[in-house]
Design a protein around this ligand. Structure first.
Ligand SMILES: Cc1ncc(C[n+]2csc(CCOP(=O)(O)OP(=O)(O)O)c2C)c(N)n1
Length: 706
């Protein structure tokens, strides 16, 4: 592969800011002075980490010795810990790749060479080394850096991520594109493409689709280096045959030795020597014993390698960079999640995702004790149902604790299935279970269920199989941002014929909807509920079965505003009901008395309720925690078909037609225009009165649409 050029082509920072690492500059980092920039001086740890202070961009590292890189890694780790202690976030994965991050940026010519991080949750050290240290403490904060990779954030993020297992496909596309471009433009330099993927993420089908294609994809693909970051952890301990295979691969071999490295250079040696070295290479790589799965897929397998040994890492990466014709490479690197921070290393979850914490003790800050989460209410009721009904089974795609199914797993290990990061398989597996009379609950976050859309349509809904979709994290989700927002499930499910879709307005409703789903055998049924806590309602010991497709009036208009119909109706789907009720109070303060209804079902619609609201009110507002084209659109369609749209002033309120960045959930909904004030404004505007009006409304203002 190409040697990296002396100077990167990208828009490099001023060399004055990085004297030690300036291409051609002194290899003695101690000769440099810390960079100065507008916000650089605001870094709270500046001065504490001498080696790190000299690295603002990767080219500042390219002349460092291995010893200096080791020192840099130690400081980078400390900076990462210090940062996440104040921001919260994905700590464990980031700590595991500190050495790998340093070695990659030291050896490869980033950003011209592309480093793609799968999921992107392990990129805090990468962000610190790629010009973002001065903003790293804005990570996941409003207006701050994203918790994942993002093309718009940095040229060092060649591919945006957050959903797993995309890196090999994207990297392959880039490698092939580089080749095609170079063919037509001799001045275009082909680049190395490195995809770093975890042992959890490599369990997903998409990774295999990419590997299956890589060695047959044509010229360019040979520049792809897949680095399998094997820490024997996903969020939970990884599951499945692939995970066992990797463990066997790891334990059956010693870490790659220097002899193996020499063998990698075999092609450059004279013939006889080449043969001997090649033999050693084959032996070391296990080809004699049948090779690895990756070799069978056409990859040049190298490993396993100690991912915390900087000396080895740098040597191996250099060799891979400089070798010309290995084909697509798979470098198997063994790392430890949470490495170098005792509280993380000793925690069961390796601090995969942490709240703000005390650096000395590792103790995480607990938020104020709030009401139980929707997740926990679902989990508790499902357990109760499963105790009484042994046909109930639960499926998660690598998210046992996030979905609350960890408790189910403990109570009913035989009826619990963690299928790995494999949402597509999870859905069709559930379909198979349903064909044989089981009652599967497939608990998947709204955003990740997007992966399994065809399976939902083709394998479940088309066959009318009673799979229960427990769709957690529906709506806006806060600090994880747009990649994780559950914004689209009402749209992508709502258009499927025959599916039932429920959305609880509070935790009591969720309890009853879980009970309803358990009892519902007539076809596919989904319940979508949000991230976070409910309202602290007293919950009965058991839920009750609801009538399918029947909403409820929560607050009835008390005063008819005119001789005919008049007034406002707000029809809410999901937990925006609380905001609708607040809006009703705000409107009441202005002399209006809206009707507020809870739709409960996005499908089938409660058409009787909708028609009643449209007939008896001048204004009908719908509100939902989803993108345009969901519940409001279904209601509008019904109104249009029945002619009621001609009579009522209909105002659908949904998320705006753009992605909402990370922020608190409350701020996100405010930005989206879906809070009580926005509902109030919408109502007043629909009535045709000024929103600043404080006097009680005139009867004429709330008469029917002319
Ligand atoms: C499609 C999809 N499903 C689920 C997730 C949630 N998720 C985020 S990280 C992660 C575990 C990844 O494990 P691994 O690749 O081994 O990386 P590690 O965190 O161990 O470094 C999961 C399941 C996701 N990001 N994308």
């Amino acid at each position: 592969m190409d040697q990296p050029k002396a100077a990167p082509k990208h828009d490099a920072p001023p060399s004055a800011a990085s004297p030690a690492g300036t291409p051609g500059g002194s290899a003695d980092a101690s000769a440099g002075t810390p960079p100065k920039a507008d916000t650089w001086g605001a870094i709270p740890t500046l001065g504490r980490f001498p080696q790190l202070d000299r690295v603002r961009y990767p080219h500042d590292m390219r002349n460092l010795s291995v010893e200096q890189l080791k020192a840099l890694a130690d400081e980078l780790r400390a900076e990462t810990i210090d940062t996440v202690s104040t921001t919260s976030g994905h700590l464990g994965a980031s700590l595991g790749v500190v050495e790998l991050t340093v070695a990659l940026h030291a050896v490869f010519d980033t950003p011209d060479d592309r480093v793609i991080w799968d999921v992107g949750h392990q990129t805090y050290p990468h962000k610190i080394l790629t010009g973002r240290r001065d903003r790293i403490r804005t990570l996941r904060q409003p207006g701050g850096l994203s918790g994942f990779t993002r093309r718009s954030e940095s040229e060092y993020d060649p591919f945006g991520a957050a959903h797993s297992s995309t890196s090999i496909s994207a990297g392959l596309g880039m490698a092939v594109a580089h080749h095609l471009r170079a063919e037509h433009d001799p001045s275009y330099r082909e680049r190395n493409v490195i995809a770093v993927i975890g042992d959890g993420s490599i369990s997903a089908g998409m990774a295999y689709e990419a590997m299956n294609n890589a060695s047959h994809c044509g010229p360019g693909a040979e520049r792809l280096i897949v680095i399998l970051n094997d820490n024997e952890m996903s969020i939970a301990p990884p599951v499945g045959a692939m995970s066992s295979y990797l463990s066997r691969l790891m334990s059956s071999r010693k870490f790659l030795s220097l002899r193996d490295l020499a063998a990698k250079m075999a092609k450059r040696l004279p013939d006889r020597l080449e043969r001997t070295a090649k033999k050693a290479d084959e032996y070391a790589r296990g080809i004699i014993t049948g090779g690895t799965l990756f070799e069978e897929l056409g990859f040049y397998y190298v490993g396993p390698v100690d991912g915390h040994d900087m000396t080895q890492l740098v040597q191996i990466l250099r060799n891979l960079r400089d070798a010309d014709d290995l084909g697509p490479v798979l470098l198997h690197v063994i790392t430890e999640k949470g490495r170098g921070y005792t509280p993380a290393e000793s925690a069961g979850d390796k601090y995969h995702a942490v709240a703000k914490f005390n650096v000395v003790t590792g103790e995480q800050k607990k938020g104020p004790a709030g009401p139980p989460s929707y997740t926990s209410v679902f989990s508790r009721e499902l357990l109760r149902q499963a105790e009484a009904d042994d046909r109930i089974v639960a499926i998660t795609a690598a998210m046992p604790s996030g979905t609350g199914l960890d408790k189910f797993a403990k109570a009913f290990p035989d009826r619990f299935f963690d299928v790995g990061i494999a949402e597509q398989h999870a859905v069709t597996f559930a379909a198979g279970l349903a064909t044989e009379g089981m009652r599967p609950f497939c608990a998947i976050y709204s955003t990740f269920l997007q992966r399994a859309y065809d399976q939902v349509m083709h394998d479940v809904v088309l066959q009318n199989l009673p799979v229960r979709f427990a769709i957690d994290r529906a709506g806006l989700v806060g600090a994880d941002g747009a990649t994780h927002a559950g914004a689209f499930d009402l749209n992508y499910l709502g258009c499927l014929p025959g599916i039932t879709i429920m959305a609880p307005s509070d935790e009591l409703e969720l309890l009853n909807m879980t009970t309803t789903a358990a009892a519902f055998d007539e076809g596919p049924i989904a319940l979508r509920y949000p991230r976070g806590g409910g309202f602290g309602l007293d919950l009965p010991a058991a839920g009750s079965v609801m009538e399918i497709g029947r909403g409820r009036i929560v607050r009835e208009m008390t005063r008819q505003s005119g001789p005919e119909r008049g007034g406002i109706a707000i029809l809410s789907l999901g937990p925006r009901l609380a905001e609708a009720l607040k809006a009703a109070d705000m409107l009441a303060a202005q002399g209006l008395s809206p009707t507020v209804a809870d739709a409960r079902f996005a499908k089938p619609l409660d058409t009787a309720l909708i028609e009643q609201l449209a007939r008896n009110h001048a204004v009908l507002i719908t509100i939902e925690e989803g993108a345009p084209g969901g519940f409001g659109a279904f209601v509008m369609m019904h109104l249009a078909k029945t002619g009621l749209l001609d009579r009522v002033r209909f105002r659908p309120m949904a998320l705006p037609d753009r992605f909402i960045d990370h922020n608190t959930q409350t701020a996100q909904y405010h930005e989206a225009g879906l809070d009580a004030q926005a509902i109030t404004n919408t109502a007043l505007e629909a009535l045709g009165v000024g929103i600043s009006m404080t006097q009680p409304l005139l009867k004429t203002a709330i008469g029917p649409k002319s």
